[in-house]
Design a protein around this ligand. Structure first.
Ligand code: NZQ
Ligand code: ZN
Length: 388
């Protein structure tokens, strides 16, 4: 049965190859001081930085630079961003980059006017913000996380060997996001396909849970089919606008809170992937790819009905004269085939993990109870061992 829920998503999206111009409509809504958040410099190479700066200047803004946001942003960088925002009394945090920049901007936004230590408050105690929140805007250059239209923020603490996400409420979601598919054309192939799998897995995390007849599952199947179709076009021709724009839009819908409404969700692949990330600092989508098949093969018997449906509806497996187990297994084989075809990393060893890290990774894995099987620590260790 569809559960009860409230639904609101306040992020205004500007989508398309001319969408950056809409910054001119958004910027006048905010004060003069703009913290321009970006990563290691890709936006300087591909020209997006110059375009954004030109618009900021045309709107009479003071630009406060905050560069060097690393993939998997760290707690040290968060403290630096908070200091920059406080010293400059910023009015808007404008993230230009991928999920890392966008997540980081949200973490800064809830910390600027808060006296507590943000790591402890938001990522250890999971408290909600009780202070003024600095608004966040986003110009997306890497597709995958859905951070452009959700409240998620994931921060890594290398000293404590933890990578933790907090899903903030709608007050923290970006006020607006600019989605220009052409901005993603310069992504290295590895990042592009890691993003594809991040999208796919976000959908799976919300799909592989519950057995009720739920509209969300039909939407999820459509999103998965669209992604599989477009991904195969994009790996041959990364500049295929139709494919890249469909993928960008699918990514947003995969994790903008809609398909989780009224149903339970899993998220254990992400918990395992985050533990791997805490130890290896590997690319997020690749950590998910590397643990997925051992995890899904392990939980399949507990969610057989949904895995059978996944096989027939998403992968068009013909169920005639086959047991449900056979059908479900064929579905996972098709998933594996697609993952290999688009070039994902299929084991955690290739991401830098070693057997010596396994016990620590088990401890770093949060155990959630929304999936088909609540894992024990032994099961987690076995799944990680199979992922090596
Ligand atoms: O730093 P720069 O130089 O910009 O390079 C980036 C980075 O090296 C590069 N890049 C981005 N756009 C580019 C580009 N290179 C060339 N051309 C472009 N147009 O790509 C690299 C990866 O960027 P990053 O932002 O780290 O990737 P992603 O978008 O996958 O974000 C990953 C972070 O988001 C978190 C992850 O855990 C990770 O920390 N997540 C956030 C979620 C959320 N908010 O809901 C959910 C996800 O499950 C995920 O956990
Ligand atoms: Zn993800």
């Amino acid at each position: 049965m569809l559960g009860n829920f409230n639904y609101v998503n306040p992020t205004k999206l500007y989508f398309g190859d001319d969408s950056l111009k809409y910054l001119n409509e958004e910027l006048p809504k905010y004060g003069k001081n703009i913290q321009l958040i970006y990563g290691g410099g890709s936006i300087k190479k591909n020209g997006i930085y110059d375009k954004v700066v030109e618009i900021l200047k045309a709107n009479g803004k003071n630009i406060i630079e905050d560069s060097g946001v690393m993939p998997n942003p760290t707690v040290e960088k968060l403290y630096e961003g908070v200091r920059i925002a406080r010293e400059n009394n910023v009015d808007l945090l404008l993230a230009v980059g991928g999920g890392s920049c966008c997540d980081y901007a949200k973490a800064v936004s809830v910390s600027v006017h808060c006296n507590d230590d943000p790591w402890q408050k938001y990522f250890i105690r999971f408290e909600e913000p009780d202070c003024k929140i600095v608004p966040v805007g986003c110009v997306l250059t890497m597709v995958g996380t859905g951070s452009e239209m959700n409240g998620g923020s994931v921060i890594s603490n290398h000293k404590e060997k933890l990578k933790i996400g907090h899903v903030f409420n709608e007050d923290v979601m970006p006020k607006f996001s600019v989605l220009n598919p052409k901005f993603t054309f310069t992504l290295p192939k590895k990042q592009m396909v890691a993003g594809f799998y991040d999208i796919f897995n976000h959908i799976c995390e919300q799909y592989f849970s519950g057995e009720d007849d739920n509209t969300s599952d039909y939407i999820a199947e459509g999103l998965m089919k669209s992604l599989i179709h477009s991904s195969l076009i994009a790996i041959d021709n990364p500049e295929d606008y139709e494919a890249r724009s469909n993928i960008m839009w699918t990514a947003t819908w995969a994790l903008n809170t809609l398909i989780a409404k009224g149903k339970t969700t899993d998220w254990m692949v992400h918990m395992l992937g985050q533990a791997v990330g805490a130890y290896t600092d590997a690319t997020h989508g690749m950590t998910l790819a590397a643990v997925s098949l051992p995890y899904y093969r392990h939980i399949m018997p507990y969610g057989l009905k949904k895995f059978t449906r996944f096989a027939t509806e998403v992968w068009s497996i013909n169920p005639d004269n086959k047991t449900d187990e056979e059908v479900a297994n064929e579905g996972l084989e098709k998933l594996e085939e697609w993952m290999k075809k688009i070039g994902l990393t299929m084991n955690i060893t290739d991401l830098g993990a070693t057997s010596e890290m396994l016990d620590g990774m088990v401890e770093a894995t949060f155990i959630l109870d929304g999936g088909y099987k609540v894992l024990t620590k032994d099961e987690i260790k076995n799944i990680l061992k199979e992922s090596l």
